[in-house]
Design a protein around this ligand. Structure first.
Ligand SMILES: [Zn+2]
Length: 226
């Protein structure tokens, strides 16, 4: 007798499978082993024929778990970056070297960023200055020198102090560490370069009084008396 109701046949097959489970599984396994190549080809064929459909199914699954997947990716990326920070930084540097950004675009982008993060950046700069005033002064010197396209190098007041044997270049008297400052010989306003060859040690007060007449002055390091 042939069963005509497909539902009934399904239920019958299921029941039969439950009873002869092990025997059927073993037979399937043997069949799969014997026809491995054939099955592989058939799977490939099925995939090729139903490619779009299968892809759509995957997309649906991905959309359903969108947030979960995003979160997982983020965690993975963060973990990877933490473990390979140096490598990644080097990679980024190399990439920027190979693909330099259009300078006009770059300028515009950084301007936009500055406009959008003004308060935040100012607060950061203030904190930086408070943490290390001498360093911040030196940096602002360098920035100005760069902007005016004059030559510059990082000036360390300790080196200037030793080189000038602790003597003020303006009044020729001994300078205590607390009164030490770096004086620009050819002033910044006259585009004097920010180089060791164009600076001298000076009392802060000498520097300041000269400063009123034009030359640049600089306080670097040490404890300054007020
Ligand atoms: Zn002096």
């Amino acid at each position: 007798m042939v069963c005509k109701d497909p539902e009934k046949k399904k239920a019958y097959d299921r029941a039969r499978y439950e009873v002869h489970k092990e025997e059927i599984d073993a037979r399937c396994r043997i069949y799969r082993e014997e026809h491995a190549e054939e099955l592989k080809l058939s799977h490939q064929r099925y995939y090729a024929e139903h490619k779009e459909e299968l892809r759509a199914k995957r997309c649906i699954a991905r959309d359903k778990n969108h947030e979960v997947i995003l979160q997982r990716d983020r965690e993975y990326r963060n973990k990877y970056y933490k473990e390979n920070t140096e490598k990644e930084k080097k990679h980024q540097r190399d990439y920027r070297k190979l693909h330099p950004e259009d300078p006009v675009k770059r300028k515009k982008r950084s301007q936009t960023y500055r406009d959008e993060h003004k308060e935040e950046m100012n607060a950061k700069a203030r904190a930086r200055y408070a943490a290390n005033p001498a360093n911040a002064d030196a940096n602002s010197r360098v920035r100005r020198a760069r902007k005016n396209l004059v030559e510059w190098e990082r000036i360390d007041i300790r080196i200037v102090y030793d080189r000038d044997r602790g003597m003020c270049g303006i009044c020729r008297k001994k300078v205590s560490w607390g009164q030490a400052s770096v004086d620009h010989i050819i002033p910044h306003s006259k585009l004097g370069p920010w180089l060791y060859s164009n600076v001298q040690l000076a009392h802060l007060r000498c520097n300041k009084s000269r400063g009123n007449r034009g030359p640049a002055q600089m306080r670097l390091g040490g404890e300054f008396s007020k």
